[in-house]
Design a protein around this ligand. Structure first.
Ligand code: URA
Ligand code: SF4
Length: 214
């Protein structure tokens, strides 16, 4: 029982069994598996084809995504789209989702500042991701950043140590998974040359992921 007297058993309680992706999406609107639903505008579930061969997993929706109800429609999404194009991956062929489906933020005046989801949020939300992987059955998963990597691999990794390596997702599917830096972290790099190098790494990992499909 949580401090406010509400039970929060994690998302499991809300995940319908035997549902298709459309039903899953709808069910997520009612998820109360952790407290993040309370301050967010809406759940941000996923976008892309139901039978995509490549699944991209981010951290959580950002400010734009929270308002629009779709993942990767803000600045990080633009970096990602650019990287996919450079890697020769058709953007409309990939399935985009997040480790955590509600926006976590801190209010500063009128602004909403992104706050990293905790391990408890990632754990609470994992049942959605697991069901998405079971339904989409991607050939390859790309985990964007440490939070996504933790969600998909079920353990903490250092991005610098595992970047580009092919690992296995921790859910029963054991799907080949590659990890790379989060596009938002690339946006935060001030030095031009460093930012270009980080973007080149992202492109390289996406290209390697695409090779696993062929
Ligand atoms: N960052 C993410 O990790 N996911 C989004 O959907 C948007 C920004
Ligand atoms: Fe449910 Fe995930 Fe939203 Fe928490 S963040 S309420 S577990 S969908």
């Amino acid at each position: 029982m949580a401090a406010d007297g509400e039970e929060r058993p994690g998302a499991e309680h809300w995940v319908p069994h035997g549902a298709d992706l459309q039903e899953l999406r709808r069910a997520a609107e009612g998820c109360r598996g952790c407290e993040l639903w309370r301050d967010a505008t809406q759940v941000v579930f996923s976008s892309g084809p139901d039978a995509a061969q490549m699944m991209l997993v981010g951290e959580q929706p950002g400010d734009r995504e929270d308002l629009e109800g779709e993942p990767f429609v803000g600045p990080a999404g633009r970096v990602l789209d650019e990287a996919l194009a450079a890697a020769g991956v058709a953007g409309d062929a990939v399935y985009r989702t997040n480790a955590v489906k509600h926006f976590r933020f801190e209010r500063r005046g009128k602004r909403r500042i992104h706050e990293k989801p905790s391990v408890a949020h990632v754990t609470a939300c994992h049942a959605w991701l697991e069901e998405e992987i079971a339904l989409v059955r991607p050939t390859v998963i790309v985990a964007l950043g440490a939070t996504a990597a933790r969600a998909v691999l079920g353990r903490s990794v250092r991005i610098g140590e595992v970047r580009g390596m092919v690992m296995e997702s921790s859910d029963p599917s054991g799907t080949p998974t590659v990890v790379t830096a989060h596009p938002s972290s690339i946006l935060r790099i001030r030095e031009d040359a460093d930012r270009r190098a980080a973007l080149a790494h992202l492109v390289d990992v996406l290209r390697r992921a695409a090779e696993l499909i062929r």
